[in-house]
Design a protein around this ligand. Structure first.
Ligand code: URP
Ligand code: ZN
Ligand code: ZN
Length: 489
């Protein structure tokens, strides 16, 4: 894989002569390195933007090449998190925009140990794909604190949008999101979906699917509102698990007909997971993600709260019933790799905007936040014995990097990779609250959650952004990442 500097990134090599560095470096010493492959006590040397060496503990101490030492004794040292599903500065109609832009959203990401995001540029009906991409580049350029890439949402299928896909792939946008939800805006019918899938297959790109049967959901939603059931909980009740499973199954078959690789986004329920598992078992080219909100939050405890409290939890796919066991199924799916990635779908809106849908749940802007807390939330899976340490790193960093053409530059701790490194304190305790979080949203979906472990130091391409809980960087130094092909599906 070539990086943006045109250099080949070597995988898996260890520098044989770690004593002879000309450039000044940062030494991260004494920590336990955790990667998707395992655990080892080792030191890491950073030179410029890259990891220069992984050495035996203490081998570099006192070396003249070392300018700065970060003591990671008793800490876990992991590759920076890769969140491949965010919506920074996302227009949501009627002048609404998601609460975090590329400045606040990537700053929040960095605080939480995520050093790469992949966001969504969005073509709506009537738009030129290339114009929308240029808009999203303008939103992000010079504002992002961590590195970023883009997926492209195709909201209208015509010769121009199909024709644009090749140029996007050449420019590093190697994944396209489609919707079976939201009739009247981003919804695509099966024929249009098939056309995009055929072109994606030809180009070697991934099709990402928002899989919910939007036509049926809109009927149920209309019936609910007419029947006086307008509270936010009805958002979850009408978006039934069967309708997520149906759209998942249908689009897996369409992808198979087209010969395309399919990645199902924000899987929320046991029924959809079962469809994915059985398709993977028979060899279908499908992979999927879930998000922290489906692992930690629920319809009964959160979406069913009255008024704006419940509206704050409106997102699609919706939060599911804990009593029905969806969370447990999703955790098992992560442990068995039927679910490969955990991303956030970070898309918070402020409470006054969420309140616009009081009286009709269909008008609540969809989306909740999480980019700052994904890495630490997922660590709870380790604490609770659901997943291993390497699996934690794999689903938060390595697998998303591999899935979306960023590995080994991102998601690894090998020499030559970008120096995106997180020092994580497994003994810390973190309490999440909007009073102290770094998102611009005025509430947190995880308000009051107390987590074991916490992000302590964050390095992004060699820049120390956070050191022992202090923000160190002034200028946004994140750059656009030209992505390659997926190596996972
Ligand atoms: O509710 C959500 N997920 N909002 C963001 C857009 C999407 O469908 O991912
Ligand atoms: Zn979606
Ligand atoms: Zn999304």
């Amino acid at each position: 894989m070539a990086d943006d500097h045109g250099a080949a990134v070597p995988a898996g090599q260890r520098r044989s002569n770690p004593g002879s560095f000309a450039a000044m470096g940062i030494l991260i010493r004494g920590g336990d390195l955790v990667t998707a492959r395992g655990l080892a006590r080792a030191d890491l040397l950073v030179e410029g933007e890259r990891i220069a060496a992984v050495t035996a503990p203490g081998a570099m101490v006192g070396s003249p090449g070392v300018e700065r030492v970060i003591d990671a004794t008793g800490r876990l040292v992991i590759p920076g998190g890769v969140d491949v599903h965010t919506h920074m500065d996302m227009p949501a109609g009627d002048g609404l925009v998601s609460a975090d832009d590329f400045d606040t959203g990537t700053r929040a990401a960095a605080w939480g140990g995520t050093t790469t995001i992949v966001d969504f540029a969005e073509q709506n009906p009537g738009d030129r794909v290339e114009d929308k991409l240029a808009e999203w580049h303008a939103r992000a350029a010079g504002r992002a604190h961590v590195d970023y890439g883009f997926h492209m949402i195709i909201g209208e299928v015509n010769p121009a949008s199909l024709g644009a896909m090749a140029g996007l792939v050449a420019g590093g946008i190697t994944s396209f999101k489609l919707f079976t939800a939201y009739p009247g805006s981003l919804y695509l019918d099966d024929g249009d979906i098939l056309r995009v899938m055929q072109e994606a297959a030809r180009l070697g790109a991934v099709v990402m699917m928002h899989a919910e049967n939007g036509i049926a959901i809109d009927v149920l939603a209309e019936q609910a509102v007419v029947g006086g059931h307008t509270e936010p909980v009805n958002h979850g009740l009408v978006r039934r698990p069967e309708l997520e499973a149906e759209a998942t199954a249908r689009t897996i078959e369409l992808a198979s007909v087209a010969g395309a690789a399919l990645y199902v986004v924000h899987v929320s329920c046991r029924e959809a997971l079962e469809v994915i598992r059985s398709a993977r078992t028979r060899g279908a080219r499908v992979a999927a993600e879930t998000c922290p909100q489906y692992l930690f939050l629920s319809l009964e405890e959160h979406l069913a709260r009255p008024g704006v409290e419940g509206a704050s939890y409106v997102c699609s796919t919706p939060l599911r019933s804990r009593a029905e066991g969806h969370q447990e199924s999703l955790w098992r799916g992560l442990a068995t790799d039927d679910l490969t990635v955990v991303s956030t779908d970070h898309c918070p809106f402020c409470r006054s905007e969420k309140a616009m849908g009081l009286g009709d749940f269909r008008l609540v802007p969809n989306g909740i936040g999480g980019v700052e807390h994904r890495v630490a939330l997922l660590y709870q899976g380790v604490v609770e014995g659901r997943i291993s340490l390497p699996r934690w790193v794999e689903m938060a960093s390595t697998a998303p990097a591999r899935m979306f053409g960023l590995h080994p530059r991102k998601g690894s701790l090998t020499p030559g990779a970008d120096a995106d490194i997180v020092v994580f304190d497994p003994t810390a305790t973190t309490t999440i609250t909007s009073a102290t979080h770094h998102s611009a949203a005025d509430h947190s979906a995880y308000e009051g959650f107390t987590l074991r472990g916490g992000v302590e130091t964050v390095i992004s391409r060699g820049r120390v952004l956070v050191e022992r809980g202090t923000w160190m960087e002034s200028d946004p130094g994140g750059i656009y990442l030209r992505r390659g092909r997926s190596v996972l599906i």
